[in-house]
Design a binder for this molecule. Structure first.
Ligand code: GUN
Length: 312
């Protein structure tokens, strides 16, 4: 068996087209142009690439951006003061702090300092809580992107066993909350495996849909996958490779060459979850701007329908 590939780039392009139309409509009806503020602390090269990708994607759909770069030695208090300014600035609708942060800056305190109505990363405790109780406002971008890519690929989740490897605040935990929602695009039985899990392969082999967010290059091997399962790869790692022009190749948390022979559907790295994460940031930014200027738009809708506007 060779698994069918999920085209994350293609699906992300479709999402961007929808956002572009939404941005144009909002501008036509209200004169407001959505604006996203991105805060980067320190000079992590991977974060720098992600931030530039987000700026470019925003521009491509008509969303304005303001990026603020702070030195690695900036204090937590200074980061929070900056967030206070961005929260107070009415021209800014979405605020995102790129992770990871330097050791001395507490990500929870930073997430809590973002105005929850501008929290396009969905990491403020209010938004985490709303997702958990089944009334999501902003769903974190990677889980939202995974859900959308499954829907678009015709992979149903209802009644399936979704095993998520990884319990991070940004992927594993919110994805578990999302996949257990009572909604057609979720309604799964969810298991979260983590570093405390014993006999990991026994757990992962029970997955109909296996999500790898373990931060270990090619850590998920074919023997850990049930034949015909769906494999979603959240990891991105650079592996040295002298045969490549750049001197490296990108791999995920799944051993793609092995697992593609066992799974029925697989998301590649690059070109899988990554572009979806960026596209869902644009969805959340448009939503933040719309909620700021047209709050009535959202009153009568089921919360999850807001997230899946085009799914029907
Ligand atoms: N670092 C890696 N992925 C993400 C993301 O989705 N949001 C933020 N803020 N930082 C990240």
């Amino acid at each position: 068996m060779t698994a069918e590939l999920i085209d994350g780039r293609g699906i992300a392009g479709k999402v961007r087209d929808e956002v572009r139309s939404g941005v144009e409509e909002l501008k036509r009806k209200t004169g407001v142009v959505p604006k996203l503020a991105v805060v980067m602390v320190g000079n992590d090269p991977a974060s720098d690439v992600y931030v530039k990708t987000k700026e470019k994607a925003a521009k491509s759909v008509g969303i304005e951006t303001r990026t603020v770069r702070l030195g690695a030695d900036v204090s937590e208090k200074e980061v929070i003061s900056l967030l206070d300014c961005l929260n107070d600035d009415e021209s800014i609708h979405g605020v995102l702090v790129q992770l990871p942060l330097p050791e001395h800056v507490d990500p929870l305190r930073v997430a809590s300092a973002v105005d929850p109505m501008k929290d396009v990363d969905g990491l403020h405790p209010d938004n985490v809580g709303l997702l958990l109780i089944g009334a999501p406002r902003f769903v974190p971008c990677t889980p939202a992107g995974i859900q959308r890519m499954l829907v678009e690929s015709g992979v149903t989740t209802e009644g399936k066993h979704v095993v998520i490897c990884g319990r991070s605040m940004i992927v594993g935990r919110p994805l578990a909350a999302l996949m257990m929602q009572k909604h057609a695009a979720a309604n799964a039985t969810v298991t979260v495996a983590h570093t405390g899990t014993k006999h990991l392969a026994d757990v992962t082999r029970r997955a109909d849909i296996l999500v790898a967010a373990i931060d270990q290059p090619e850590g998920i091997k074919a023997e850990m996958v049930k034949p015909g399962a769906v494999a979603i790869d959240v990891g991105v790692h650079r592996l040295e490779d002298g045969s490549r022009k750049k001197g490296y190749r990108l791999v995920g948390d799944v051993d793609f060459e092995e697992v593609k022979g066992k799974a029925s559907v697989i998301s590649p790295v690059p070109g899988g979850v990554g572009p979806m994460t960026v596209a869902m940031l644009l969805v959340n930014t448009l939503k933040a701007a719309t909620m700021a200027v047209r709050p009535d738009e959202y009153i009568d809708r089921e919360p999850v329908d807001i997230q899946l506007l085009s799914v029907g």
